[in-house]
Write a protein that binds this ligand. Sequence first.
Ligand code: ATR
Length: 289
Amino acid sequence: MVYAGSTASLPGASIVTDLYAVIGNPIGHTKSPLIHLTFARETGQHIEYIAIEAPIGGFNARVDELRLRGGLGLNITAPFKLDAFAYATELSEDAKLAGAVNCLGFEGDRVTGQNYDGVGLVNDIVCNLRCPIEGKRVLMLGAGGAVRGALLPFLAERPEQLVLVNRTVDKARSLAGEIAAHGAVQAAGYDALQQLGPFDLVLNATSASVHGEGLPIPAASFASGCLAYDLAYGKGLTPFLRLAREAGVRQVADGVGMLVEQAAEAFAWWRGVRPDTRAVIERLTVPLT
Ligand code: ATR
């Protein structure tokens, strides 16, 4: 097995530690070992947490090896979330709708797949940023994997309106159709935004920020008191967040809280204790300047 990044475990050589991992390619950038080992220290849990860089096409073999070593759980990052979906023998509702898995739990032959990205996002917005979603008008930009993961947890918060806007409008329409049984989602293109606004919460769930690209959002889309949230993290003020600021939005946030909150969900599922996330979020926050 190829290991990269931290392979640290908690001190205490005589204590039997449970093994967990994160898998991706590349994996050198991952914050996952730091997050989980901090949670473990905080909650008095004895775990070993390693980072695995698997070759493309090599996901199953690496996960089989981890399980042979006694691994109990695995976090999954790009590009393996679809491989993890296929590997699971059981799936949560969030994972089914997302068509992707970001967390696996192993129990004998049983492999349970979860998708905690959406619930991590909602927890960050509602609990950390103190912005209730219930009764709010929400604009979600994008119709890819990130949006698929977020839709069910968002609808569970009962927003007044949830609008999906995507560059390829048909993708937004078909996603809105798929989710219709769980709640009303409107689909549109960017050209409709001028007529649709304003929104209390505007989320950038496209991959535009990853490439430093901006989005054609009119100032009218941001209500006064609006929260603008970019799911990308660690990039400072992205073009989307800059645009929101220029439109007068005072509360802007990136996805660092979502990253830590989805990890906390995984940790709580695996270990049965909920870690406090504040200190880790502060440690990983890159100023939005
Ligand atoms: P992820 O898993 O991060 O969601 P994805 O599934 O590849 O990644 O989806 C990327 C999303 O970002 C898509 O909604 C894409 O729009 P299209 O469906 O039209 O391709 C959106 N996206 C990426 N770059 C964009 C840009 N420059 N402007 C607008 N939307 C963009």
